[in-house]
Design a protein around this ligand. Structure first.
Ligand code: G3P
Ligand code: CA
Length: 308
């Protein structure tokens, strides 16, 4: 039985896989640091995370990609958060606008097209869908508030990446304010997965965010050197590295420190099986339906051996 936000859903993609560690839902009042159980615990959870929404099926970081994550039975959607020149939190990956919008046509004189130089009103004039497929023409850059609302409607959990926070001083408190304004995101996940995790490649930003929202699990993107993992365990809950170069010894070291591992970005079944075999707690993929099938296959093949 698989659950997302407490709704029993046979097709949702959190699966119990036998033989590893068990991820746990975040408590709602205390710091969650060190919540990943030891590798010797019973059946463990592998969470299916749709990368930038289900970005294999719809333009990344749009409401359409969030909807596709839901349609493809992801448990969680990952998005990237930045800030407009007038202080709005917006969801977009690149720090410049050319790759995923028509900014050069709409604002031909605004080179270098930094997200941070445009007001929310200006950003909302852009088409963030046509680059992916004409079917998505005029899909806007969404605000974080819109993404939270849509994910609430869809029952998805959120993996929120603070993108390039050095460009946006104070963005951690802006995000925290937005989350506090939407307190349902502070509650623990109703199923096996975390309701909300905040992560960044900028580990100082993650620590600032953890100070703001200690009740929310936080993740360090990239590969923390093994001999430094323990230093972060007081306030971090996940280490989320690129899957290339990941090995079981590193996953064990992270688990030994009490943290989880959600590698990115895996788009083929073979690499997904490989990281599940290493003990990964989640899979971040552009194709959450492929991840779900692999997770369920692994569940079917391994769980019976772990039952009495
Ligand atoms: O969640 C991990 C992944 O999103 C980090 O890489 O470049 O896709 O933001 P990127
Ligand atoms: Ca990201």
């Amino acid at each position: 039985m698989f659950q997302r936000l407490g709704i029993v859903a046979a097709t949702a993609a959190v699966a119990v896989v036998g033989g590893g560690s068990a991820a746990v839902a975040a408590p709602d009042t205390e710091s969650t640091a060190g919540t990943a159980p030891s590798a010797s615990a019973g059946p463990r959870i592998v969470t299916d995370v749709a990368h930038r929404g289900a970005s294999g099926y719809a333009p990344e970081n749009t409401l359409a990609a969030i909807d596709e994550a839901n349609e493809h039975n992801a448990t969680t959607a990952e998005v990237d958060v930045q800030r407009s020149s007038d202080g709005a939190l917006v969801v977009i990956h690149d720090t410049t606008l050319e790759r995923t919008t028509d900014v050069e046509e709409v604002y031909p004189d605004r080179d270098p097209y930094d997200v941070a130089d445009f007001t929310l009103g200006e950003l909302r004039e852009l088409d963030a869908g046509s680059w992916f497929d004409g079917e998505y023409a005029d899909e806007p850059i969404p605000t974080l508030e819109e993404v939270l609302d849509r994910m609430d409607q869809n029952g998805l959990n959120l993996l929120l990446e603070i993108k390039s926070p050095s460009l946006y001083p104070g963005i951690e408190s802006d995000i925290a304010d937005t989350i506090r304004d939407n307190p349902q995101w502070l509650a623990p996940g109703g199923g096996e997965a975390h309701r909300l995790v905040i992560q960044s490649f900028d580990w100082e930003s993650v620590e600032r965010s953890s100070d703001e929202l200690p009740q929310i699990p936080h993740g360090l993107l990239g590969e923390v050197p093994e001999d430094e993992i323990a230093d972060y365990a007081a306030w971090a809950d996940q280490i989320n590295p690129n899957h290339t170069g990941l090995d079981a010894d590193y996953v064990d070291a992270v688990h030994d420190a009490g943290l989880e591992v959600f590698p990115y970005t895996l788009n083929d079944a073979e690499s997904m099986r490989s990281v599940i075999g290493m003990g990964a707690d989640g899979i971040i993929s552009d194709y959450p339906d492929i991840a779900r099938e692999v997770i369920e296959d692994e569940d079917a093949s391994r769980l019976p051996r772990s039952l009495p």
